[in-house]
Design a protein around this ligand. Structure first.
Ligand code: HEC
Ligand code: HEC
Length: 142
């Protein structure tokens, strides 16, 4: 029994050495040395191609179909709410969902739940960007 455990441990160590030494392994930042600067990311411009990019599944936070650079969210205020809060009079701005007023015990609050205060935690401006990682299930099927 002891012997088996030792053999397995050695095999494990051995295989990780081989793994570390194998060439061509790249992370998302490419094969740049750790100290080197990675390539600059593309600018985060939003995409208004064909209007709204529709939701892909029922619980998806809808993408933001407009630029947001000018709207700050900090402890002093949330600019998004000036148009999206239930009592805002901005025409055409979808009101925040009722779910945004619930605390984690599902009790309704009078104001936006702190869990939903930082909108961009979940909602991001829409962009027609290539995926960082290809869909492996799709490519396996190809
Ligand atoms: C000046 C008013 C205004 C502000 C400020 C604003 N929005 Fe909007 N927002 C709109 C309008 C109008 C629409 C609808 C546009 C459309 O349907 O094409 C919209 C659409 C959206 C949608 C899509 C809703 C849906 O039903 O698909 C989201 C999500 C959204 N905004 C999030 C935000 C977030 C997050 C912020 C803050 C960073 C923000 N908005 C700030 C006016 C505003
Ligand atoms: C923790 C994630 C999260 C945060 C934070 C959040 N949302 Fe949402 N939002 C969602 C999800 C998920 C949905 C879609 C499901 C739903 O309606 O609850 C949604 C839906 C919406 C909708 C569409 C409502 C409708 O009736 O179609 C708007 C508008 C919106 N959110 C605006 C905001 C704004 C403005 C903020 C910041 C004050 C915000 N959200 C913060 C996750 C979030």
């Amino acid at each position: 029994m002891k012997k088996t455990v030792w053999t397995m441990a050695l095999l494990l160590i051995g295989s990780s050495v081989v793994w570390a030494a194998s060439d061509g392994v790249q992370s998302l930042r490419g094969d740049a040395a750790l100290a080197a600067a990675s390539a600059p990311t593309s600018d985060k411009t939003w995409y208004d191609g064909d209007g709204k990019i529709v939701r892909q599944y029922a619980q998806q936070p809808p993408l933001i179909p407009h630029a947001i650079e000018d709207f700050s969210i900090d402890r002093d205020g949330n600019a998004c709410l000036s148009c999206h809060n239930w009592n805002s009079e901005m025409p055409g701005a979808t009101k925040v969902a009722v779910s945004h007023f619930l605390n984690r015990k599902n009790q309704a609050l009078a104001n936006i739940s702190p869990r939903r205060y930082f909108c961009t935690q979940c909602h991001v401006p829409q962009k027609n960007a290539p995926p960082l990682i290809a869909n492996i299930f799709k490519s396996l099927g190809d």
